[in-house]
Design a protein around this ligand. Structure first.
Ligand SMILES: *[C@@H]1O[C@H](CO)[C@@H](O)[C@H](O)[C@H]1NC(C)=O
Ligand SMILES: *[C@@H]1O[C@H](CO)[C@@H](O)[C@H](O)[C@H]1NC(C)=O
Ligand SMILES: *[C@@H]1O[C@H](CO)[C@@H](O)[C@H](O)[C@H]1NC(C)=O
Length: 413
């Protein structure tokens, strides 16, 4: 075939001559049929339509020796040797096949809605003597599909436990499975020969997570791809359960009476906890004009609890508890609110300042206004615990640093 195609390069006349000399024994009348182009391999997604095009020159002029009919083009499935069609007539019992003949020399085998079993070698054959044929391969590819019955659903594991995430996909060629975390975080694999490794993506049907920590909680995506679009993915939520943990950044909070104060606790819990505040005696605090409670989500499992106590009175001093409860257990944090004298106190303008137990943006911004206007203030230094006016002695000390010092001073007493 390749030789024939090359011979064409020499022009039709040269070709005719060669054919006439070589095939003089077989050619009873006219020219011997020949293929004009090679039959091309076809790769097609399942369900689409495929076609092979066979271009045969000089078919009509050739007469098969000992036969009155002209030569014919047949399509044959090479692996089963099944004759699919002769000329335009489909022989095989397959309604999805058809043959079209046009431009005198072009024979097209059409396969509608290809199925996996249509894959294989196809032959375009001409019944010359000896017969001529060319073949090409039909590859039927299948886009990936998740096998949901064999793929993990959302999971819950206790912290320290293990989780085996499984993802199966079918398709052709067999899809490759890649795992990623939805938030782009690391997948921590501890099972391997190299010990603990952190990777942003992992290949394979199975991900073994062992000694799972809370930071591994989140959505895991298994992505199946085989080069046939579209790729598919499944999202698997890994919930890691653990006992609530309460952290208190400032356990001692001093504030002058008449001011507002904010108490804070950081809570980590999963499943989601119910968080609340109580007084020392266990009395639950409810939101009203005195108390304002809020929670800020810091991550999937951590929450910042805030309690604002307005216009502190002597009766507000004492212990406070932040409590976090989930289905696994509960935990509490303790904060003690004590009175801090404001020496040298001017009336009016300083009375309603917020005093925060921790440097937090909202409260600090409240403080920064007057600080910028007035520069270093005697009152800030005064927080040091009842010494005389220390105006200018600590001009660059930030308010929260002073709180820390005061807390130490108190603890030392
Ligand atoms: C056609 O496919 C067959 C089988 O996969 C391969 O051997 C052959 O090299 C391919 N031919 C071309 C022209 O790509
Ligand atoms: C995951 O663990 C199973 C046993 O639970 C083991 O058979 C498998 O080889 C492990 N796979 C990987 C990738 O570590
Ligand atoms: C915090 O997260 C929970 C659940 O994840 C959600 O219901 C709640 O609205 C969130 N709160 C804030 C303030 O974002």
């Amino acid at each position: 075939m390749a030789a024939g195609a090359q011979a064409m390069g020499g022009g039709p006349l040269a070709r005719l001559l060669i054919l006439a000399i070589l095939h003089v024994n077989f050619v009873a009348l006219g020219l011997e049929p020949d293929f004009l182009y090679p039959l091309e391999n076809v790769t097609i997604a399942q369900g689409r339509d495929a076609m092979f095009t066979c271009v045969v020159n000089n078919l009509g002029g050739y007469r098969v020796s000992g036969d009155s009919a002209t030569a014919r083009v047949a399509w044959i499935k090479a692996d089963t040797k099944a004759i699919l069609a002769i000329h335009e007539h489909v022989i095989t019992n397959n309604a999805r096949l058809s043959v079209t003949h046009n431009d005198y020399n072009t024979w097209t085998l059409n396969i509608r809605g290809v199925k996996r079993e249509d894959r294989g070698q196809y032959m375009c054959q001409v019944n010359t003597d000896p017969m001529k044929m060319q073949t090409a391969f039909l590859e039927v590819v299948i886009p990936p599909d998740i096998v949901y019955e064999e793929t993990s659903g959302d999971m819950m594991v206790p912290e320290g436990g293990s989780a085996k995430l499984v993802c199966k996909a079918r398709g052709y060629p067999p899809p490759k499975i890649v795992w990623r975390r939805e938030d782009g975080g690391d997948i921590i694999s501890r099972g391997g020969p190299q010990g603990k490794t952190k990777v942003t993506s992992l290949e394979g049907e199975i991900v073994n997570l062992t000694k799972v920590t809370r930071s591994e909680m989140g959505a895991y995506l298994c992505i199946a791809a085989n080069g046939v679009p579209p790729s598919v993915s499944k999202r698997i939520m890994l919930h890691v359960h653990f006992h609530p943990l309460v952290q208190v950044p400032n356990q001692l909070v001093g504030a002058p009476t008449g001011t507002d104060v904010t108490l804070q606790c950081h809570v980590e819990a999963s499943p989601k906890a119910i968080n609340y505040w109580t007084r020392e005696n266990g009395e639950m605090i409810i939101s009203n004009e005195k108390y304002h409670m809020s929670e800020i989500n810091r991550s999937a499992y951590s929450v910042q609890m805030k309690l604002v106590i307005r216009n502190i009175q002597r009766s507000d001093l004492g212990g406070y508890k932040c409590i976090s409860k989930n289905s696994i257990g509960d935990a509490e944090g303790n904060i003690r609110l004590y009175e801090m004298e404001l020496p040298n106190r001017k009336s009016g303008d300083e009375d309603d300042r917020d005093i925060s137990s921790e440097e937090s943006n909202d409260v600090r911004s409240g403080l920064q206004g007057p600080l910028r206007e007035g520069g270093p203030r005697a009152e800030d230094a005064g927080f040091l615990g009842g010494g005389g006016p220390l105006a200018g002695s600590a001009p660059h000390t930030a308010p929260h640093a002073i709180f820390l010092i005061s807390a130490f001073a108190l603890a030392a007493c």
